[in-house]
Design a protein around this ligand. Structure first.
Ligand SMILES: [Zn+2]
Ligand SMILES: [Zn+2]
Length: 154
């Protein structure tokens, strides 16, 4: 991404949403499954609480070493980015209740349920991924879903 300049020729500062989504993208670059790189950042009060990317079970081979573990057209070798961000918080004793999460792709159904039960209230995602159920359930569960790909300036 090229640095944009403001009218005075100074580099334009990113707004907070762009800033956290760029960090999520950077985190996702560490993903060990090249079928899809996903990154997640959990934030409260403009402070990063936890991050995660999709990767193998700790200590086990990665997809690029052992190949993908395919099931119904999806690789199931990895723990997903959002789940890893929640797990990292739990592992380190970081409270994430009422936090927000930035994910480069919308959560799958299982990760959505984890996010909901972790008490996260807003989900920002960079692109829609695959499960429409999240829309209906988010509304019922009082969770805000924000598709950042639809908010880009043209
Ligand atoms: Zn894989
Ligand atoms: Zn998932």
């Amino acid at each position: 991404m090229a640095t944009q300049m403001d009218l005075a020729g100074k580099p334009k500062r990113d707004d907070w949403h762009t800033y956290f989504m760029k960090i999520a993208t950077q985190v996702g670059s560490r993903s060990t499954c090249d079928r899809k790189h996903v990154g997640a950042v959990i934030v409260r009060d403009k402070t990063i609480l936890s991050t995660g990317y999709n990767g193998s079970v700790r200590g086990l081979p990665h997809c690029d070493e052992s190949g993908h573990d395919m099931e119904d057209g999806h690789c199931v070798r990895t723990v997903h980015a959002e789940a890893n961000a929640i797990v990292q918080a739990a592992k380190n004793g970081v409270a994430i209740d009422s936090a927000e999460i930035y994910i480069t792709a919308s959560p799958c159904w299982n990760c959505f349920k984890l996010i909901a039960n972790a008490g996260i209230k807003t989900i920002y995602f960079g692109e829609f991924y695959r499960d429409e159920r999240i829309y209906k359930t988010a509304a019922a569960a009082g969770i805000k879903l924000v598709d950042m790909s639809r908010q880009k300036e043209s």
